[in-house]
Design a protein around this ligand. Structure first.
Ligand code: GLC
Length: 540
């Protein structure tokens, strides 16, 4: 049981966070849609896996124009997902298993059904109601939008209501709030208090870079960082003073240097996600640069990386890496598109998992990643539910049981999205029976990561003969991963984990494979760094 006293400071630096896409994780009431009670039922599964924090995507009352990222009431649970009592029961159960709970806070915009926006529509230009949002007179007597800004997921971010237009960086159902208005700021602090008082441990902050808009004459809508930072600094102060160690992670797409300087130093968030890792091409030098800069820079700023490989906005790693030369991650693969080679994608993902689990810092696992789930890449137009962008491929319901309807996700006749055929053989019950499944690999690696203290370690890269390989050590554990198409020399050391069950320790390191090797560097350290052959492997 986590009590506030036991909340050790900075518990997030090495956490194993699990992203639950609430709609798709587990349906407890048979309506075809995942819910909070379904999460509660599976918390033991997550704790057994090695997860110690969960992040729930938005479960608030919402018309679901953007699957919950259009919030109509920030202090309640959508009836589709349950009740506040269900939420409290979920938090209590999570805490009893030493699992912390993150909620997703969406400050940039509300739903157009939010009472504030409804009131703004009815009120006159210049009113206090309109001043909570960004209503601006149109050009040419109101006929044209106020300026030529582009949105994030929409090409035209202005929608006309009368002589005025309102701004929405996402869909028209997601009007942007006016964060220069003190009332908006107060309202959100009270929302945070509401959830913190219910035992929430952390926040995933949605689109945090967008809140403060520049002058209307600016080229883009998203360039006003100095006025942005005080908002989060205020949140930090409130969280620290009123609640103790609570974590804020930003959905920031910056590189390590910029992200740390802005969002950790100036905005006082604890961490930002490392999206570079998720979108990197399958190349040793790219990963090396990302790892190097993120590990070093986050540490310099008293933070840590949150390594991300998959999420609800982009295609899953198994599918992405299933293209011979993956470069542009994109958000969906359709039935007409070239299809990924899942054998290749799975093999690379297993190798990448060895790398991720070996890295210092925190890890964020997207639901089903531990099963090696690919995207649903043959969804028909009739299946699609997402309105604005097609991101349904990475949101298929979790397969729990191979012999049950909807693979154990729901007892409904139909789940909200179909599951691809291949999910049957990837279901939790099937993978639990096998020592060599992705699930078993995940569980074993989380355990070793903990035992070996890798999350708190450091990375030193070792020179290699080929550019296709990363060889690096974290304490006494050496990672060797081969991104190339040819086998590479295997470094010395005792193999303690491998991405493929059939790698022979005396062999070369095969293409698209990885190993962890135990090397006793304490004995080595006085020697020449290049003298790798003599590594002692038998001490301890
Ligand atoms: C974030 C979410 C995405 C959502 C958007 C608007 O990028 O991850 O799913 O559509 O914000 O809230």
């Amino acid at each position: 049981m986590i009590t506030s006293k036991e909340q050790s400071a900075e518990w997030w630096l090495d956490m194993n966070l699990y992203q639950i896409y609430v709609r798709s994780f587990a349906d407890s009431n048979g309506d075809g849609v995942g819910d909070i009670a379904g999460i509660t039922q599976h918390l033991q599964y997550l704790a057994d896996l090695g997860i110690n924090a969960i992040w729930l995507t938005p479960f608030y009352p919402s018309p679901q124009a953007d699957m919950g990222y259009d919030v109509a009431d920030y202090r309640n649970v959508d009836p589709t997902y349950g009740t506040l009592d269900d939420f409290d029961a979920m938090v209590a159960k999570a805490h009893s298993l030493n699992v912390r709970v993150f909620i997703d806070i969406v400050p940039n915009h509300t739903s157009s059904q939010h009472p504030w926006f409804q009131a703004a529509l009815k009120a006159a230009p210049g009113s206090a109601e309109r001043n909570r949002y960004i209503f601006v007179d149109g050009r040419d007597g109101g006929k044209l939008p106020p300026n030529a800004w582009g949105g994030w997921t929409t090409t035209e971010p202005w929608t006309k209501v009368d002589t005025q237009w309102y701004l929405h960086m996402f869909s028209a159902e997601q009007p942007d709030l006016n964060w220069r208005n003190p009332e908006v700021r107060e309202e959100f602090k009270n929302t945070l208090r509401f959830w913190m008082n219910r035992g929430v441990d952390g926040l995933r902050v949605d689109a945090p870079t967008l809140l403060i808009k520049p002058e209307l004459t600016a080229k883009q809508a998203e360039d006003n960082l100095p006025d942005l930072f005080p908002i989060y600094a205020e949140w930090r102060k409130m969280l620290d003073e009123e609640f103790g160690p609570r974590c804020m992670i930003g959905e920031v797409f910056d590189d390590a240097e910029t992200g740390m300087e802005n969002f950790v130093d100036k905005a006082h968030m604890n961490q930002i996600f490392c999206f570079d890792y998720q979108e990197a091409p399958w190349q040793a030098d790219e990963f090396k640069d990302i790892i190097d800069s993120w590990v070093t820079t986050t540490r310099e700023h008293g933070s840590s990386s949150v390594w991300v490989s998959s999420s609800h906005d982009l295609i899953r790693q198994v599918s992405y890496l299933g293209f011979p030369d993956p470069k542009n991650k994109g958000s969906d693969i359709g039935p007409e598109d070239e299809q990924p080679d899942l054998e290749l994608g799975t093999r690379r993902t297993r190798a990448m998992t060895l790398m991720t689990m070996w890295l210092p810092g925190a890890i964020c696992t997207y639901y089903g990643e531990e099963l090696g789930l690919p995207d649903h890449t043959t969804l028909t137009d009739a299946d699609l539910q997402g309105h604005d962008m097609d991101r349904d491929g990475c949101r298929s319901p979790m397969p729990w049981a191979s012999d049950k309807p909807n693979l154990g996700f729901s007892t409904a006749a139909r789940a909200w999205l179909p599951q691809p055929q291949v999910y049957r053989e990837l279901a939790v019950d099937v993978q639990q029976q096998s020592d060599t499944s992705m699930l078993s690999l995940y569980r074993a690696l989380f355990k070793k990561r903990q035992e070996l203290g890798l999350a708190a370690g450091d990375v030193t890269f070792i020179d290699t003969d080929t550019d296709d390989v990363i060889v690096a050590r974290n304490g006494n554990i050496c990672l060797a991963i081969n991104f190339g198409d040819d086998a590479a020399p295997m470094p010395a050391g005792e193999v303690i984990a491998k991405s493929l069950p059939d790698i022979d320790v005396t062999d070369d390191l095969p293409a698209n494979a990885a190993v962890w090797l135990y090397q006793d560097w304490a004995v080595e350290d006085d020697d020449d760094e290049d003298d790798d052959e003599d590594n002692s492997t038998d001490s301890e």
